[in-house]
Design a protein around this ligand. Structure first.
Ligand code: ADP
Ligand code: MG
Length: 237
């Protein structure tokens, strides 16, 4: 594993170092912690998929991403790994609260993401929660939600906590992920997403992934992306 260049101050990820890692093909060539690499080994992940190879050098260096790649191409790890690494480098702890929020359109997708997150992140000490509504007791969730570091949510349930849970605090948010971004920025979720985004700090890393490239400039403006890296693999599809 290549160490991070020494000019990167402890607790900060240098944003100018991604070029060092462009062209890497294996996870272990990337500047990631042993805890994360061990989680990947346990999950038998070795070679990166195209979207992971194209995005991780940038996202691990703290850059915003607008990534498109077809279903089944490995987008989950492309956002789970930068979350784990950023919170790890910042020495995120239980008292720091919500450091990352992943928003995805359906409960089923949220469940799948949560599984990957807890599998690959098992050697880290972060707490993660699945906030997806349905029959799960929102009352019990409200007691715990402020202790969680990484939230995997559907838009409706996240907004419910933002509006109803006393002291729900995302003011320290470091990484926002919109999975299936084209779907959650679509009209069906528009009001909920606008409301959510208006309650999140603008100073953060934002990672957008979907099967098709998000084209609406308005969407990008309301997300306050900062010089995002546009990635479109499988363009021929
Ligand atoms: P997407 O979100 O793009 O539809 P997923 O993240 O759900 O794709 O991944 C699809 C499948 O590919 C999953 O079964 C996952 O375990 C597998 N996968 C992801 N990345 C890799 C990898 N680097 N090596 C091997 N399998 C992978
Ligand atoms: Mg996916």
């Amino acid at each position: 594993m290549k160490p991070l260049p020494s000019k990167s101050p402890v607790g900060k990820i240098g944003e100018d170092t991604y070029s060092t890692y462009v062209g890497c093909t294996k996870f272990k060539q990337l500047p990631m912690s042993k805890k994360t690499i061990d989680g990947l080994v346990k999950g038998k992940y070795k070679e990166m998929t195209d979207i992971q190879r194209a995005s991780l050098p940038h996202s691990l260096c703290g850059r915003d991403i607008l990534g498109a790649a077809k279903t089944g191409s490995g987008k989950t790890l492309a956002f789970v790994l930068p979350i784990l690494e950023k919170l790890y480098k910042l020495r995120w702890g239980p008292e720091d609260g919500v450091g990352s929020i992943i928003i995805t359109p359906t409960r089923e997708l949220a469940g799948q993401i949560f599984e990957v997150l807890t599998e690959v992140g098992k050697h880290h000490g972060f707490s993660a929660g699945l906030l997806i509504g349905g029959r799960k007791d929102v009352g019990a969730e409200k007691e715990r939600v402020n202790e969680l570091n990484i939230l995997v949510c559907t838009p409706g349930r996240l907004l419910q906590h933002m509006n109803e849970t006393p002291n729900f605090d995302c003011s320290q948010l470091e990484v926002l992920v919109l999975d299936e971004a084209d779907r959650i920025l679509d009209d069906g979720f528009k009001a909920e997403m606008n409301n959510i985004i208006s309650q999140l700090p603008k100073q953060r890393q934002t990672l957008l992934f979907s099967a098709t490239q998000t084209k609406s400039v308005k969407d990008l403006a309301r997300l306050s992306l900062k010089d995002p890296e546009y990635i479109n693999v499988h363009e021929e599809d």
